[in-house]
Design a binder for this molecule. Structure first.
Ligand SMILES: [Mg+2]
Ligand SMILES: [Zn+2]
Length: 222
């Protein structure tokens, strides 16, 4: 894939632990690697956004104020984000924003001034990938233990964690799992397919800190 100009994250099960119908900011827990993945994007000037289904609003499980407090807590722990897009509807409301519909992704792309094709959506389930596809964006699945096997099989790209997912999005790397297993020296070598990196000038020419030779660890450009 070509390098993302914006990365859109699902909320529950992706950025933060999935606590069903959570209206309590005290229960917000970042997912492993979320802070590092976001820090990498921010260090490169790549806008970040959240695209989230919150049918708990439609179902009366929590109110807008509760959700606002949860989002303020997420912002405190992981923000700031350039955009938030929330679907408050239920599955039977027929809205155009509840993932797998494309509305949230299209809305964020428009607000960020990028085309959907320049966006990568990172999520934990198939509807995140479907929303990306429906919007003309690309998807990277970061499965959790509750992600269904068929959703993993159907995903366009699968990453083991958020930091890897973001590297794939930034990289324009090959659409295969575990791309960071490719050694740094292979970047210009024959083992990696040629690709065009279209990210704008924020992309450094030398990125020694964000290309590990094995499993990702916490690395921030110094
Ligand atoms: Mg999710
Ligand atoms: Zn909706």
């Amino acid at each position: 894939m070509t390098a993302a100009r914006a990365v859109l994250f699902d909320r529950d099960g992706t950025l933060v632990e999935d606590v069903p119908y959570n209206g309590d900011p005290a229960l917000v827990r970042p997912m492993p690697g979320a802070a590092e993945a976001l820090a990498l994007l921010r260090s490169l000037g790549v806008p970040t956004a959240v695209v989230t289904n919150q049918s708990g609003i439609a179902r009366g499980r929590f109110g807008w104020d509760d959700m606002g407090r949860v989002h303020a807590r997420i912002d405190e722990l992981l923000g700031p984000f350039h955009a938030w897009a929330v679907c408050p509807h239920g599955p039977d409301d027929g809205c155009g924003c509840r993932k797998p519909a494309p509305g949230l992704v299209l809305d964020v792309a428009r607000r960020l001034g990028v085309s959907p094709a320049e966006c990568v959506v990172v999520g934990d389930i198939g509807s995140d990938m479907a929303a990306a596809r429906a919007a003309g964006a690309r998807g990277v699945l970061v499965p959790t233990p509750v992600t269904r096997p068929e959703e993993v099989r159907a995903a366009p790209v699968v990453a083991p964690d958020l930091l890897t997912a973001v590297r794939v999005a930034l990289d324009g790397g090959p659409d295969v799992p575990a791309p960071v297993s490719v050694p740094a020296a292979g970047r210009a070598g024959a083992r990696r397919p040629a690709r065009v990196l279209t990210h704008p000038t924020t992309r450094p020419t030398d990125r020694p800190t964000d290309r590990p030779t094995d499993r990702p660890t916490v690395r921030r450009p110094s």
